[in-house]
Design a protein around this ligand. Structure first.
Ligand code: SF4
Length: 338
């Protein structure tokens, strides 16, 4: 809410008005300027006239019948649609998957978001508002957001300034106040930007969208691999683990007869057997217009069993939210087409 801060400053309001705003907006889930009752009435009225409270407007929300997952489509001020997912896990763990771009320029061949093209970077405020919205919702259930993952629309490494500013807001005790370990950044493999982030002191969690266990297949599925090789990526991960001793999550979307064969599982096993890692096997969500299909249950379990032989920690992601088009980019595309 940078604009609120600037606005308060431009009015020569005392510093504590900012603190009052932070507390009401980020921590007490105030739904409007009028609900910031620590501000005098005149200030609230002026804010209502001169500022926008929420940059993102909710267009649609869908609840998964099969899991405690909600998916939201928000409209930006320029009319573009973005997606956010709230996953309620057991034990009061509530994870918000935020978008950091409208669409994505990376164009991984299997991805619904990539197919939307690139519509622009989200600001830090727009990223954080997705979390604030979920916190408002969870407050009604006496819960809060416990984790944030940058795995929605967009490649965080290509919107680094706004993503870093958003992480500052998410971890600032006067704003959202999450611990740094509760933030996971995901990347398809922009090694140079990752290294920059490491040099700047990023010590949160990392998730790598791997999706292929060798250079050739990775290049076929993910154009970024032509710029940053698998070897370079793995070297950067080794350096990150040496710095932080944190386990890296490797996301691996399971696509029938593309990357789910036994040979692929052996290659992945060999790649990760001596690395601090966890592989998340994700059954592919069919995307209209793409030639890819989800791996069978048999292939999934065979693949997992081979990883186990190499001692590679892994899990098979439940197909959370199948019924609400949970693959990133699918719901926004659907709503836009209506
Ligand atoms: S998988 Fe990630 S990086 Fe690749 S196109 Fe989709 S959103 Fe972009």
């Amino acid at each position: 809410m940078i604009r609120v801060y600037e606005w308060l400053e431009s009015r020569f309001e005392p510093k504590f008005r900012t603190k009052q705003f932070n507390q009401a907006f980020y921590q007490e889930q105030a739904p409007s300027f009028d609900a910031i009752t620590t501000w005098p009435k005149a200030l609230r009225e002026a804010a209502i006239k001169e500022l926008v409270f929420d940059e993102l407007k909710l267009v649609t929300a869908q609840e998964s019948q099969a899991s405690r997952t909600s998916k939201f489509v928000f409209m930006r001020a320029n009319g573009q649609l973005i997606e956010t997912v709230l996953m309620r896990h057991k034990g009061a763990r509530n994870t918000v998957c935020v978008s950091c771009m409208r669409g994505c320029p990376v164009k991984c061949t299997f991805c619904a978001t990539g197919a939307l093209g690139f519509g622009g970077h989200l600001s830090a405020d727009e990223i954080v508002e997705q979390v604030v919205y979920c916190n408002r919702l969870l407050a009604k259930e006496n819960e809060t957001v416990s984790n944030v993952v940058f795995m929605g629309m967009g490649e965080p490494m290509l919107n680094l300034n706004n993503v870093e500013a958003a992480i500052d807001m998410l971890t600032n005790p006067e704003q959202v106040g999450l611990g740094g370990r509760k933030i996971t950044l995901s990347t398809s493999g922009y090694v140079a930007q990752l290294r920059l982030l490491m040099d700047k002191g990023f010590r949160g969690r990392l998730a790598i969208s791997l999706h292929a266990p060798n250079q050739q297949l990775r290049e076929e599925l993910m154009p970024v691999a032509k710029v940053f090789s698998l070897d370079e990526l793995m070297q950067a991960m080794d350096d990150f683990v040496a710095l932080t001793n944190k386990r890296i999550t490797y996301e691996y979307v399971m696509i029938n007869a593309v990357n789910d064969r036994s040979t692929h599982a052996h290659q992945l096993g060999k790649l990760l057997e001596n690395r601090l890692s966890h592989v998340n096997l994700i059954p592919y969500n069919k995307v209209e217009g793409k030639p890819f299909e989800r791996s069978s249950q048999k292939s999934l379990h065979r693949f997992a069993a081979i990883l186990a032989r190499y001692g590679v920690a892994h899990s098979i992601r439940g197909t959370m939210g199948d019924d609400i088009a949970a693959a990133c980019g699918q719901l926004a595309a659907k709503v836009a087409a209506q």
